[in-house]
Design a protein around this ligand. Sequence first.
Ligand SMILES: Cc1cc2nc3c(=O)[nH]c(=O)nc-3n(C[C@H](O)[C@H](O)[C@H](O)COP(=O)(O)OP(=O)(O)OC[C@H]3O[C@@H](n4cnc5c(N)ncnc54)[C@H](O)[C@@H]3O)c2cc1C
Length: 386
Amino acid sequence: MDARSAALVRANFRAVLDAPHGAERLISAFYGHLFAENPALRELFPPTMEMQAKRVTTAVLFVLDNLEHWDRAQAFLEQLARDHRKYGVEAAHYDLAGRALLAALRTYHGRDWTVGLEEGWTDVAILISASMAIGANSDKSQPYWEATVVGHRRVLEDLAIVRLQSDSPIPYLAGQYVPVMLPQRPKMWRYLSPAIPSNPYGEIEFHVRKVQSGWVSTAVVNETAVGDRWQIAGPLGNLHIDRESGRDVLLIGAGTGIAPLRAQLIEMSRSGVNPRVHFFIGGRYPCDLYDVENMWQLSQSNPWLTVVPVCEQKTNPWWYPHAPSEEPYGMHRRLIGNLGAVVASFGAWADRQIQIAGSATMIADTRRALMAVGTPESIIQSDPVG
Ligand SMILES: Cc1cc2nc3c(=O)[nH]c(=O)nc-3n(C[C@H](O)[C@H](O)[C@H](O)COP(=O)(O)OP(=O)(O)OC[C@H]3O[C@@H](n4cnc5c(N)ncnc54)[C@H](O)[C@@H]3O)c2cc1C
């Protein structure tokens, strides 16, 4: 595909995204064509499709932005296709999706559709569907594992720790996340980060916080019971500690964002020699730091680890039913303030490798606070959000 054609397609897609409800209209036309031509494919998708527009447009935008660095786009598409095996999507389906994308673009643009757009978008559709077919065919491992819930503990009104035993061990690396589906919400896969490293016994633990009106997180916290069978698909993500770099480590986690950091720390605790780690755990109220005592205990037997709790408020809200004297061990060392601001008040941490994990807002705020004091962006890792 030549540079002129790539620029034309990119500009065209950005115009769609900038138009009022442009993305929703295009993606609704895409699924309309896909399901009208191939009704059996509707079965593979969840009943509610409201999140799909954002997901599909984000993926297409990433590909268009990387047309000149095709190895990056191809790696992304292949990974996406390997991940989609959990829905039952097969290599042959990507050709159908490519055709539906073209048909949707023609419908969306109507009389504004041009020969140049037809040619450019045809090339893009073929590139996308071919790369995804390669990805789908390249992975012969099972698309997902089954696991039984063996424990469900509600540690806060809106937060549960769920322990499962998988039928066979799931080969994820500490710091990665996995797509998860529970029986109460069929076909609605969500990413969760295991809070312990993978082990030969198939034990796995997730920390899940309810988001308001959330389909899956509310079901995990309110409805999950011992004996439920979950499906867990192949791991994704690249949060990791680079031991070769010789750099010490700064970990910053808030809420259930501590899970992937915790998994890496537990794994490190099995090894005799480790880089120095500072772990800042943040929350709004002291009670939000639900796991601080475990992390504190880990630090007591691992001198390379320093745990620093940070809360925005000094005391728990009035409705939290425990007395201050019942606060977990470790909280006596807490610092008060915004997590990013507190971490940045110690300096740029420029000699570290840094991981930030939490909500999209927390990650963006903390990244900004660090960069404002001179932290190079290249040493900061975080997972994709949303
Ligand atoms: C890499 C990665 C790892 C993750 N790990 C964990 C984890 O270990 N534990 C955990 O509890 N969650 C984790 N999440 C978030 C999780 O995947 C879901 O997005 C979240 O549980 C909400 O799903 P839901 O079905 O309840 O909400 P949905 O029904 O999908 O969304 C309902 C509403 O909430 C909004 N919303 C969706 N997600 C969030 C969010 N995270 N924060 C605020 N608003 C949101 C939506 O925009 C929508 O308006 C992770 C997400 C990513 C991308």
